[in-house]
Ligand binder design. Structure first.
Ligand code: E4P
Length: 218
């Protein structure tokens, strides 16, 4: 299972990368704005900085919502760095743009996916990744994890190679359940990834080992 971090914060990206378990980064326009990255040139430069920090795929989202605009923007993003994956919204022109990029060998991540039907369309259009948003479904009292299960079943039925990138991951149990179901990738904040480290018995056990060592060696 691949771990992506879902942020545009360079410090968090570096911290996850230093742990040695990071496979890539996802960003979106809200995450870029949160870091105060504004203006076309600054945004493009920030994507390059992220690519230089991490050895893995970096999703960069288009802002255009029409086919021609998405193609122009996506081609510019893809030309920035070989690690860039063009992130496209799950709308009609996004599906068309996905098919176009697939035919050109440009990798894509179809985002804002909330149903199995949308995921099926993304796979048929040749998406590299599909991003179902678990947390946002949970937020509206829907079972986000059930969507991951449905997509896994559908993709396995037909051998689609599109990778299931479970997005809007908020906590450790999202990651564990995705791993059980067989999501190919999860993307979440540093807190969810680092949450995997924690267990009170580990802390108690280590404190005891160190205290016992100190007793015997003082
Ligand atoms: C996916 O690529 C999105 O950037 C992200 O996972 C959305 O997460 P959120 O619902 O926590 O904003």
């Amino acid at each position: 299972m691949k771990f992506f971090i879902d942020t545009a914060n360079l410090k968090d990206i570096k911290e996850a990368n230093d742990l040695g378990i990071l496979d890539g980064v996802t960003t979106n326009p809200s995450l870029m704005a949160k870091e105060g990255i504004t203006g076309a040139e600054n945004i493009l430069a920030h994507y390059v900085k992220i690519c230089e920090l991490v050895d893995g795929d970096v999703s960069a989202e288009v802002i255009a919502t029409d086919f021609e605009g998405m193609v122009a923007e996506g081609e510019k993003l893809a030309a920035l760095h070989p690690q860039i994956v063009v992130k496209l919204p799950m709308i009609k022109d996004g599906v068309k743009a996905c098919k176009y990029f697939a035919s050109k060998g440009i990798r894509t991540n179809v985002t804002l996916v909330f149903s199995a039907g949308q995921a099926l369309l993304a796979a048929k259009a040749g998406a590299t990744y599909v991003s179902p948003f678990i947390g946002r479904l949970d937020d509206i009292s829907t079972d986000g994890m059930a969507l991951i299960e449905e997509i896994r079943l559908i993709y396995d039925n037909y051998g689609y190679e599109t990778e299931i990138l479970a997005a809007s991951v908020r906590h450790v149990m999202h990651i564990i359940n995705c791993a059980k179901i067989g999501a190919d990738v999860i993307t979440g904040p540093l807190s969810a990834i680092e949450g995997l480290l924690k267990h009170p018995l580990t802390d108690i056990g280590l404190a005891t080992f160190l205290a016992d060592f100190k007793k015997g060696n003082s």
